[in-house]
Design a protein around this ligand. Structure first.
Ligand code: SAH
Ligand code: MG
Length: 197
């Protein structure tokens, strides 16, 4: 992998305020991926491909990442970025709304990384649970949403997102087959280990 190109991609995304995975969150995810050595990863929310490129380093030989993005401009940029770094044989992009694409997928994944519309997190969770392997891990980025998830006061604009993020947390903590940890890294990361599937 071309690390110099990766650094340029990261800087450009930050300059353009694209919400790529934060360094401290990435550090935690890296550790998890190193341990699991996934064969297949599903990502919901590609943006310009930064996180998918980072994760691709930890795939098993012959492993693959499927990633979903609906913004056409970002998809074009992601494709260019993935090529530049030289990992195009490891990443497959699905173009469109994840709400429509997920139900059409019938694969098994070792890791699912949820990083898209916050109001859809409970839906993404159910789809992830349908496809996750036993002993797999479901990760949800931005789960604490700038702390709104833990505070009483929510502006109208964030209300739906906050309600759905809370619903996500409730579901993963109440499900006896899932063991969840919520970390205050970046914008909050939920790590859910699947015990039975
Ligand atoms: N994972 C990326 C950042 C993703 S930002 C990284 O860390 O590098 C979130 C992305 O999700 C945005 O690009 C947005 O267009 C996309 N998105 C949001 N809701 C979506 C949906 N319902 N279906 C597909 N993509 C979605
Ligand atoms: Mg994020």
């Amino acid at each position: 992998m071309n690390k110099e190109e990766l650094e340029k991609i990261k800087q450009k995304a930050l300059d353009e305020h694209i919400p790529i995975i934060m360094d401290d969150t990435l550090e935690v995810v890296d550790k998890i991926l190193k341990e699991i050595k996934p064969k297949k990863i599903l990502e919901i929310g590609t943006a310009v491909g930064y996180s998918a490129i980072c994760f691709s380093e930890y795939l098993q030989e012959g492993g693959k990442i499927d990633t979903i993005e609906r913004d056409e401009e970002r998809i074009e940029e992601a494709k260019v970025n993935i090529k530049k770094v030289g990992v195009e044989d490891k990443i497959n992009i699905y173009t469109g709304d994840a709400v429509e694409i997920l139900p059409t997928l019938n694969e098994k994944y070792d890791v699912v990384f949820i990083d898209a519309a916050k109001g859809k997190y409970p839906f993404f969770l159910n789809q992830a649970l349908r496809m996750i392997n036993k002993n797999g891990v479901i990760l949800a980025d931005n789960i604490l949403y700038k702390g709104y998830v833990m505070s009483d006061y929510n502006k109208h604009k964030q209300r739906t997102a906050v309600r759905n993020l809370r619903e996500y947390i409730k579901e993963v903590t109440e499900n006896p087959n899932i063991q969840t940890e919520i970390l205050e890294v970046g914008d909050g990361l939920a790590i859910s280990k699947i015990k039975i599937s």
